[in-house]
Design a protein around this ligand. Sequence first.
Ligand SMILES: C[S@@+](CC[C@H](N)C(=O)[O-])C[C@H]1O[C@@H](n2cnc3c(N)ncnc32)[C@H](O)[C@@H]1O
Length: 215
Amino acid sequence: MRLRNIPGSRDVIAASEFVVHEDVMREMCGRWNTVFGNDRPIYIEVGMGKGRFITELAGRRPENNYVGIEKYSSVLLRALEKREMLPELTNLYFLRMEAEDLTEVFGEQEVSGIYLNFSDPWPKDRHAKRRLPSREFLARYDRILKPEGRVEFKTDNRALFDFALDEAEAAGWRLEVCTFDLHQEEELMADNIMTEYEERFSAMGNPICKLVIAR
Ligand SMILES: C[S@@+](CC[C@H](N)C(=O)[O-])C[C@H]1O[C@@H](n2cnc3c(N)ncnc32)[C@H](O)[C@@H]1O
């Protein structure tokens, strides 16, 4: 993602009621039900970018809670702008954090599902462990996910998708859904929500791959 540093984005985020701030997010570990004020299932998107996917999902599924995670303030700011147009949503918060720290912010088996959409590919071999579907990240997801929880991953990057398939198998995850051309799959498309990247890359003619894995 090309990043522009937007002056003041940190201040806007610091003042937002829709962000759980860095000074308290670790205190919420194992207690996210107190943030939402209910015991509904919690789903997270890691690397949400500008937030269209999780914002729309939260609107469609009021029976669940959602947390969108993004490491860059300038990108999170764009998600916040969408969020502020929907003050009636009570089931969506954002975190500005590095996903490596997930297990410090969510307790064991606290999360019901994890979405990864168009994750950064980190093409150099020496950076493989930074890829969000890597075995290192799968181990983090394993800790915070409920036993029946799933990880869903979409990308147009075939090399990253093949890597994700290999990593999931090596880490002992079970493949429940796998397609190399999601937009041709009527059943899977019925509840598909296009992310910003998905719209851009599918408009360029790139097939979108999707997998769903469970343990
Ligand atoms: C290529 S963009 C995709 C954004 C969005 N999911 C979409 O599909 O439109 C990947 C996003 O993930 C964020 N990201 C990548 N690695 C991350 C990490 N380790 N922790 C938190 N966010 C991360 C990036 O800053 C970027 O905004």
